[in-house]
Design a protein around this ligand. Structure first.
Ligand code: MN
Length: 286
């Protein structure tokens, strides 16, 4: 055994999300894509939306474009209806995930399909490499029962949305940045080492309870609403729930190390490509 392969990655920094609103006025918490964490290559944005006040979410996200990256919606509670300009439509239910590769462009809406109750989930934006920014749009709509769930130890449950865990392949396949996306539930008093590809960017976001992350000699306690950016080096991360249970998402991906030109829902490599994206959208070429 090579000890460096088994040592846990360290927590490089801890970031708390900023309350904001987007779409037609949906209240949410922006965790990546804000002042304290502009991006974490290849991840451009992470939002958590969570409210049982209909006024916080009813307005939804009416028709808007995307080009040059992928949007990943993971629902914990509530229902969201998706429609696009190419005739695709779908209902996102609790526990489901939609991995949408916008590629050269789609125009879509994401609207709540409920008038009360809890709406809770995440939207992650994943960048595409330069060579894939203009690919044809593609969806992976994954129903809850198609996401493998593994229990590697008593009191530990892992939903494998993307990547690999305990020899199980995640439900989402064929993504350029080779992402891992795990949803973990740890009972109080449990601990787990989660393998991660060496040199992939990785973060953990705690959405319930609190968790301890990192090697024995440098453990950091991460509270609900905090995101831990992990060091890139190392083949695993150790996580534990001490006196309370914890739920968190653990996400990793291959950094692109390419220039990023961003303008709202368009993420390209150069300013010229942004101008083209705006022109194409205005001319109805999406
Ligand atoms: Mn969208």
């Amino acid at each position: 055994m090579n000890p460096t392969q088994h040592a846990s990655r360290r927590v490089a920094r801890v970031v708390r999300g900023q309350p904001t609103s987007d779409g037609a006025g949906v209240k949410l918490t922006r965790v990546i894509g804000q002042r304290d964490l502009d991006m974490l290559d290849p991840f451009l944005m992470l939002d958590e939306f969570r409210s049982d006040q209909a006024g916080d979410y009813l307005a939804g996200f009416p028709e808007h474009p995307h080009r040059g990256f992928e949007t990943v919606t993971y629902m914990l509670a509530g229902r969201m209806r998706h429609h696009d300009n190419q005739g695709n439509s779908g209902l996102l239910t609790p526990g489901s995930v939609q991995w949408m590769t916008a590629g050269r462009g789609i125009v879509h809406s994401e609207m709540p399909e409920q008038e009360d109750g809890l709406m809770w989930g995440f939207q992650l934006w994943v960048n595409l490499p330069a060579q894939d920014k203009m690919v044809a749009p593609r969806y992976q709509d994954i129903a809850p029962e198609r996401i493998p769930e593994v229990s590697p130890a008593a009191g530990v449950k892992v939903r494998v949305i993307a990547g690999q865990f305990a020899g199980i392949d995640g439900a989402v396949r064929g993504i350029a940045t080779e992402p891992s996306y795990l949803d973990l539930a740890l009972d109080a008093g449990t601990r787990i080492d989660v393998p991660l590809p060496d040199m992939h960017s990785a973060f953990a976001y705690v959405y319930e309870g609190d968790a301890s992350l990192g090697p024995e000699d440098a453990t950091r306690r991460i509270a609900r609403g905090e995101l831990a950016v992990l060091d890139r080096i190392g083949g695993a991360v150790r996580m534990a729930a001490t006196d309370a249970s914890a739920r968190l998402i653990l996400v990793a991906g291959k950094p692109l190390d390419e220039p990023v030109a961003k303008y709202g829902p368009f993420v390209m490599n150069t300013q010229q490509q942004i101008v083209e994206a705006i022109d194409d959208f205005r001319a109805g070429r999406f």
